[in-house]
Design a protein around this ligand. Sequence first.
Ligand code: FAD
Ligand code: DLZ
Ligand code: SF4
Length: 518
Amino acid sequence: MKTLRLILGDQLSRQISSLRDLDARSDIVLMVEVHDETVYVRHHRQKIALTLSAMRHFARSLREEGVTVDYVTLDAPGNAGSFTGELRRAVQRHAPDRVAVTEPGEWRVWEQMRQWQTLCGVPVEIREDDRFLCSRQEFAQWAGSRRHLRMENFYRYMRRKTGWLVRNGQPEGGQWNYDRQNRKPLPRNIALPPPCRFAPDAVTRETLALVADRFSDHFGELEPFGWGVTRAQALQALDRFLSGSLPFFGDYQDAMRSGETFLFHSALSPYLNLGLLLPAEVCLGALEAYRQGAAPLHAVEGFLRQIVGWREYVRGIYWLKMPAYRDTNFFQADRPLPSFYWTGDTDMRCLKEAIETTRRHAYAHHIQRLMVTGNFALLAGIAPQEVEEWYLIVYADAYEWVELPNTHGMALHADGGVLGSKPYAASGAYIDRMSDYCSRCVYDPKARTGPDACPFNYLYWNFLMAHETRLKPNPRMSLPYQSLARLSLEERERIRWQAEAFLSSLSPSKLPDGQDAG
Ligand code: FAD
Ligand code: DLZ
Ligand code: SF4
């Protein structure tokens, strides 16, 4: 049987289910660079270069194995510009008995894929994406009729299922979660590991030239480009992380420092999301480091929690709740995204740092995403869809299945508490505690109101006041509301006035078409 096997740009694993029964004598692997995928949002230029270069390298590695690969480049004559159009053309070229494909990561593509059998006139077998440790069906079963779908409960379920850091049904060390040990600010003189960057080879250089030429109006700097684009490079990055950063990952997971992008974070998310690394092998690597005494329990547990817990959980929520999920707007937030999200042109040092890192590297670590850009968008009442589009554009690891629950649910609480039991709203005090940004900022993180006051402070209190009816009944919000109750009426009025003045001073422009934001 001649099978046409379509590999999407984020399915670059030799173990992907659509390649499992590959017969190199009769089958053809199809890979397509298509305009639609490069512009459904105006991705950061590094993300496009990373994806296309990784696709080209993956095709090359299959060919080296003796597999026939039909690879359609972006500028190939007649390129139809979409997955559906290119699949139809390939079916005409090869007349296969069937098409095999692995389910996509995004709802948008899923809707197209469901039409393919009808549109292409051949059987299309859609296979489960079993790179994930929990299937969509299993997550739905776990969710069952539970009232609350809390990550912590899901994480314990996954720990028991995998047996990772579990002994006789009990968590290694006696606790499931060592989160409390993961909140230390960075000591001033601690040495940070150098980031794992790779020099572009000829294939990547060609892709960089293509992106520079075709996507000059997209956000972000294209070079220096240091992402790995092959499985071998991704494995090298994993090794570097396990031996250099993992031991410190737990302690400083929430820390931020001026001018430092990666700290002790792994920067493995683009590789995991593209398929160059598998979540199971990354976890097994961390567990091996623990077994060998190379990394402490709280670091390994903290890292495992991100992958076995958060990563699988947000994917489960995405598929369980889509498509209605993205349309909820718990706080009725409707303010346009401020223009500084694109330019970094703001006096607020923390935001400037997070946005400049994002422009330069298509990366910011979790706390910058959640507690700086995300927290600001929450407190300022920015419309969820504008914030979500920003996050989908600006990061090399951005795919809607993981971006949307993190933005809509975790950062903005726009889902009303499906994902988090309370909003991650914080004043400047949190950022001051976890970073050195405030000491370099024109604003005073200790002042609540007044000309020098940190905008996060009055926006925070204003947010609590504006959403008192919705949030006060939440028992997890009782402390903030007890503090609010201690503020005088005059102070509340000052907060409201200053927040309004600040918010109306924000210029609401989006990245204009044709502007070079890089
Ligand atoms: P590390 O800190 O080293 O963590 C290790 C791995 O754990 C990551 O590589 C990632 O695969 C996984 N992980 C950690 N936290 C999460 C999480 N909350 N959800 C899912 N996986 C997690 N992650 C993406 O991969 N793509 C996105 O588009 C994305 N958008 C986000 C948007 C917002 C508003 C927020 C708050 C978070 C978002 N995240 C996203 C999650 C997280 O911030 C990134 O996975 C992480 O910063 C990637 O950097 P790292 O590889 O150095 O992670
Ligand atoms: C992100 C991306 C880009 C920029 N370009 C392509 C492409 O040309 N061809 C392709 O197969 N995939 C691309 N991707 C990744 C897809 O957007 C991703 O596979 C789908 O969104 C499914 O998650
Ligand atoms: Fe950010 Fe406020 Fe600190 Fe300035 S003072 S860096 S705005 S938290």
